[in-house]
Design a protein around this ligand. Structure first.
Ligand SMILES: Nc1ncnc2c1ncn2[C@@H]1O[C@H](COP(=O)(O)OP(=O)(O)O)[C@@H](O)[C@H]1O
Ligand SMILES: [Mg+2]
Length: 264
């Protein structure tokens, strides 16, 4: 599939289905453990949704539901108006735990090229695959280091490479699971700015347990702890946060008694 055809395909789908991702009353249990309860959510093109919440609150599970990797016990999920698994190729995913041996001799270029695997199934990588991987590296500013072994990069640089890998699939939505964990604050700011630029081309859903870090950059924010507290805006009510965290959330409620996360 050439790049133009895929972009056109995504644009056509958007014209038909307004919501890029839609969850309606989704519940998930792992055995007896309820993890998501009646979660409803709509994500539109150019949204940059931050999902915060305590550890174990179900954030990773929610992303897996969108990816079709976890099937809900009840409720409905659709991705670009269709089945999540079927439309999986429109989703770029940067998982929370990227386990790899830092000494594994694979170059930045080859890591990003694996992002084309879904397109290159049963065939060799084409020049188009290589070109797409290259422009993904360019987008994240890592092209100059394409020959470098992945393990020889800083945490922040590796993170950019993993985003490039997800972008190489030419997604309409980018899902990021705690992408800034372990990256120092200065580099984080640059990283969020990169996401702000990418938002112009797609929808972004970013999961984090760090409230203050995401609050400045996202355009919408939700809080998840089994239930999703969400008002389709950048504002969360202090009582929602406290309900989700089950304790007063001083850090952002300070001085702003009701509304938090105002414009930067
Ligand atoms: N595959 C699994 N089987 C059983 N329990 C799981 C599984 N994955 C996650 N859990 C549990 O589900 C809850 C939510 O996990 P998760 O979605 O990873 O939360 P978060 O990403 O917000 O930390 C946790 O209590 C976790 O231990
Ligand atoms: Mg998680």
């Amino acid at each position: 599939m050439t790049q133009n055809i895929k972009i056109r395909e995504i644009q056509e789908m958007q014209a038909i289905v307004k919501e890029v991702i839609s969850l309606r009353n989704v519940s998930v249990h792992y055995g007896d453990l309820p993890v998501l309860e009646n979660v409803s959510l709509s994500i539109y093109m150019h949204d940059f949704l931050g999902i915060i919440g305590p550890n174990g609150g179900g954030k990773t599970t929610l992303l897996k539901v969108i990816l079709g990797l976890v099937k809900p016990d009840s409720g409905k999920v659709s991705v670009f108006g269709g089945d999540p698994l079927q439309n999986r190729r429109y989703i770029g995913y940067v998982p929370q735990h990227r386990l790899f041996d830092p000494n594994f001799p694979i170059s930045v270029r080859d890591v990003v090229l694996t992002g084309r695997a879904r397109h290159a199934l049963f065939r060799r990588y084409t020049n188009h695959d290589k070109k797409t991987a290259r422009s993904a590296l360019e987008m994240v500013g890592m092209l100059p280091l394409e020959d470098r072994q992945i393990g020889r990069l800083s945490g922040g640089q590796q993170q950019r490479v993993f985003i490039a890998r997800a972008l190489a699939a030419e997604p309409g939505v980018l899902l990021l699971d705690e992408p800034a964990a372990g990256i120092d604050t200065c580099v984080q700011a640059e990283f969020y700015e990169l996401l702000g630029r990418l938002k112009q081309k797609m929808a972004i859903v970013m999961v984090s347990h760090d409230i203050t870090a995401v609050s400045v950059y996202v355009s919408k924010i939700a809080c998840l702890n089994q239930k999703l507290f969400y008002h389709d805006s950048k504002e969360l009510l202090a009582e929602d946060l406290e309900a989700a965290y089950q304790c007063p959330v001083d850090v952002i409620a300070h001085g702003i008694p009701h509304r938090v996360l105002r414009e930067h």
